[in-house]
Design a protein around this ligand. Sequence first.
Ligand code: ADP
Length: 296
Amino acid sequence: DLLVVGSANADLVIGVERRPAAGETVLGGDLAVHPGGKGGNQAVAAARLGARTALLARVGDDAHGRLLLDAQRAAGVDTAGVRVGGAPTGVALITVDPSGDNSIVVSPGANARLTPADVRSAAGLVRAARVVSAQLEIPLETVVEVVRTLSPDGRFVLNPSPPRPLPDEVLALCDPLIVNEHEARVLLGGACEGDDPADWARLLLARGPRSVVVTLGAAGALVCDGSGVNRVPAPKVDAVDTTGAGDAFTAALAVGLGSGAPLADAAAHAVRVGAAAVTRRGAQESYPTLAEVESL
Ligand code: ADP
């Protein structure tokens, strides 16, 4: 019922005392390899909530690709739409210093080779989905092909991350466009006056999407559609790691919309899922089941 179109990365993480300067070598701790990428994260988060979920993505024909496919299948995601080969699997090389600051190099690899032709060859999957959720760690023209392929009653959800200008054709179908504060500022550019996220939501809505959601970390989210702006507070939790919280939020929102919930109700569910995700370390490893969300 839910199709996620997006990136899948292997996150390679090493703790270091300090980052190396040019020409320097430093010793770090043991390597940790985590499945990541916004598309992969969203698909796992949705499946863990019990939704029938498929992933359209591309990984390399290599060990990282197999690791990512295994993680998706273990969560119950339908991986028939995952293309294999063409480039190495996308990776993020992450060093983390003792204060928790990280430095990251991303190699998009196979994610950059997920093409409009891949979408056309998976048109049945796109048309069958009640909700299609995308992000921007894949080529923009691939996202354009997705909105052109949607079934007339299919709903499109977009988290424009990393943010870049969107064609009107894509904006017009977003229901909702989901942004965090950083993404809102970049998309609004010079039009982003003031610090009131409710104003950002209204300004973004005026650009054409059917609805807008602004996520506000511990403060929850704002929902904006034709009827105005509504605040959705997040439950108070002990946050230990916010990695992938936005992906959990987006997945839960898409799941809620797919089950027929109104946007405000889906957002109220999504802030609880996002809050549950920040109480545990990691991204995909931190995503809750429905029972865990209910017991929050
Ligand atoms: P991103 O991870 O994309 O930067 P946010 O930081 O806005 O996005 O977080 C997304 C969602 O995750 C929030 O709307 C909220 O539901 C949840 N969340 C994030 N941080 C916290 C927190 N400290 N306490 C409770 N919920 C949080």
